[in-house]
Design a protein. Structure first.
Length: 94
């Protein structure tokens, strides 16, 4: 019986650690758009001038990681961002 209890404790500890690891790797913003480094400044200028992008950033619907990665929980925000950048010219890496 002691061995069975030991195995149960090991399994419980494994499950506890596994849940902690899963929580650490939960994707907060599954959609993203990466702009080429070469065009990052131009994209930042567009983001600064475009009211849709400014509002999305202000309201935390869109986040910028570094100078060239735009992330969002909303796929539609990223699609609109793609449209805006396609109209203005930064190179997109999809």
């Amino acid at each position: 019986m002691a061995f069975k209890r030991l195995l149960q404790e090991i399994e419980d500890k494994f499950n506890e650690i596994n849940n902690i690891v899963e929580d650490d790797f939960t994707v907060e913003e599954p959609y993203y758009l990466e702009i080429s480094i070469r065009d990052a400044k131009k994209a930042m200028d567009v983001a600064h001038d475009n009211i849709f992008i400014r509002r999305a950033l202000r309201d935390s619907f869109l986040n910028i990681d570094g100078s060239n990665v735009y992330k969002s929980k909303d796929e539609n925000i990223i699609e609109e961002l793609i449209n805006i950048f396609n109209e203005t010219g930064p190179s997109l890496a999809l």
